[in-house]
Design a protein. Structure first.
Length: 492
């Protein structure tokens, strides 16, 4: 996976800088609280929400268990409908395929539907290196692109920007990319939206090639589905003569009937809407309204390796709703850029280290970018137990151990900087398996409690610097139990 933001420090350092930015924190607090409150009201309208959530989990788990069969079915269905399927093992291969397909059309401009997969593989940068200009058409993605910025949220990539900042970006940058912003543009939402419409309409009408991702791919028919709120996706999917869709292999669902579940849970979880404003579906090619040439690029890029992890594979259920970001206290304060990936927040903390591995400093730090409060699990529409995976990945970072990388079984070495943690865990393991030593240690701790420091020395300062050390009781529980119960009721 190539989606690491170049030059990004590990999460603790990046987050430390972010929390000192009052404008960023204000933008994030207002946006996340607004979205999550609306989501809670939308979800409460459904009496069967828990059943829908469980159905979504089961559909995804079933598909992942039989992914090999369903991917072959997708290829057969898409080919039968007039499309062409390409398989990409990694970002480099996917970018090369897309660049070649665009060049074969003779075009040097493409319009894009918002796509996490193409951001993951840094497709825009790869196309730019080949002399091809890719124009984002989602409003938030347009803001990010014009501002030479990075996305910071799955659903709202420009969530870290306020209206005044967006107005300034439009005024200064739109003219370099196409139609300039209107004279006297203010920060009124209606004016900003109209400026974006006028700017993008020229690109929609001129572009011969469109690039998209997909929220779902229906195996039985080869149908791709994109859900969006602005209508830009509909323009990109119908006006261009050639459509290229880059889709992660985990986006497959077996049947049309399965969409019934996700088209209820996704809009409520993401935009707090009862149904999505624009749901576009296409199957192969058409001689009428739609692309005459269709290419589907199925992207692995670490997904097969993730699938091999019995605990971590549940991250592949993700339908990119971003509900976990909007309830996460860490994301609300640190923002999306601190995660160093196009997948920020709780889902990014478990997905990025699996797709990219934990070899880099930033990926080794991501499983720790959480308080383990569990709010992310409670709102996830496909019941991904993010805290469970975070703990699992923390163990991998500290202890190393077996894993799968590029289809090969390997033994990972522990990450640097965790020697003290490993020693502490081994000492705890030994103590808990030797009751006599544990009892003696508890009594010693109680009798020396008045000499205990308020903070830990050495590496322990990183823990006690933001936490109060718990006070040791005057008497161990075992001694209290023996003294007060005296072996009554079968106690020993």
């Amino acid at each position: 996976m190539s989606g690491t933001f170049v030059g990004m420090p590990a999460f603790p350092e990046a987050a430390r800088t972010a929390v000192r930015n009052p404008t960023l924190r204000g933008n994030l607090r207002h946006a996340t609280h607004t979205i999550r409150d609306k989501r809670a009201r939308a979800v409460a309208e459904l009496d069967d929400w828990a059943a829908l959530r469980e159905a979504g989990r089961r559909i995804k788990d079933h598909t992942l268990r039989h992914l090999d069969r369903y991917l072959v079915q997708v290829e057969e269905a898409v080919t039968a409908a007039g499309g062409t399927v390409h398989w990409a093992a990694d970002a480099e291969e996917a970018n090369a395929i897309v660049a070649r397909l665009v060049k074969e059309t003779g075009e040097r401009e493409v319009v894009k539907v918002k796509s996490m997969a193409t951001q993951e593989i840094s497709l825009n940068e790869a196309l730019e290196a080949e002399g091809i200009h890719a124009y984002e058409t989602d409003l938030a993605e347009l803001i990010v692109q014009l501002g030479k910025d990075r996305p910071s949220h799955i659903l709202v990539p420009a969530i870290h920007r306020n209206r005044g900042e967006i107005r300034d970006i439009f005024r200064s940058e739109m003219g370099e990319w196409g139609r300039p912003a209107p004279e006297g543009l203010t920060d009124a939402p209606a004016e900003l939206a109209e400026a974006a419409r006028l700017h993008l309409r020229e690109k929609f009408l001129r572009a011969k090639v469109g690039i998209s991702g997909a929220n779902f791919v229906v195996a039985e028919t080869g149908t791709l589905v994109v859900v969006e709120s602005e209508g830009n996706g509909r323009m990109c999917l119908t006006l261009p003569e050639t459509l290229i869709s880059v889709v992660g292999i985990e986006k497959v669902v077996p049947r049309w009937q399965d969409l019934e579940v996700f088209l209820q849970t996704l809009p409520r979880s993401s935009t707090a809407e009862r149904m999505n404003p624009y749901t576009s579906m296409w199957t192969g090619t058409t001689d009428e309204d739609g692309p005459g040439t269709f290419h589907l690029v199925l992207l692995d890029n670490g997904r097969t390796d993730t699938l091999a992890d019995e605990v971590g594979r549940q991250a592949l259920r993700c339908i990119r709703c971003s509900a976990c970001l909007n309830v996460c206290p860490v994301y609300e304060r640190a923002g999306g850029h601190a995660y160093g990936s196009v997948y920020p927040g709780p889902i990014g903390a478990i997905l990025s280290p699996q797709l990219r591995g934990t070899g880099s400093e930033i990926d080794a730090s991501l499983p720790y970018a959480s308080s383990l409060c569990g709010a992310c699990y409670e709102v996830c529409p496909v019941a991904i137990d993010i805290p469970e995976v975070l703990v699992h990945l923390r163990e991998r970072v500290v202890q190393g151990g077996p894993a799968v990388r590029r289809g090969n079984r390997v033994v990972l070495r522990p990450a640097k900087g965790h020697a003290a943690e490993r020693a502490a865990m081994r000492a705890a393991q030994w103590a808990f398996t030797h009751p006599g030593a544990l009892r003696a240690g508890q009594r010693l701790a109680s009798r020396t409690r008045r000499f205990h420091p308020r903070t830990l020395p050495g590496p322990g300062r990183a823990w006690s610097g933001t936490r109060d050390l718990p006070e040791v009781p005057a008497e161990p529980f075992r001694d209290w139990w023996q003294r007060t119960r005296g072996g009554k009721d079968g106690a020993k």
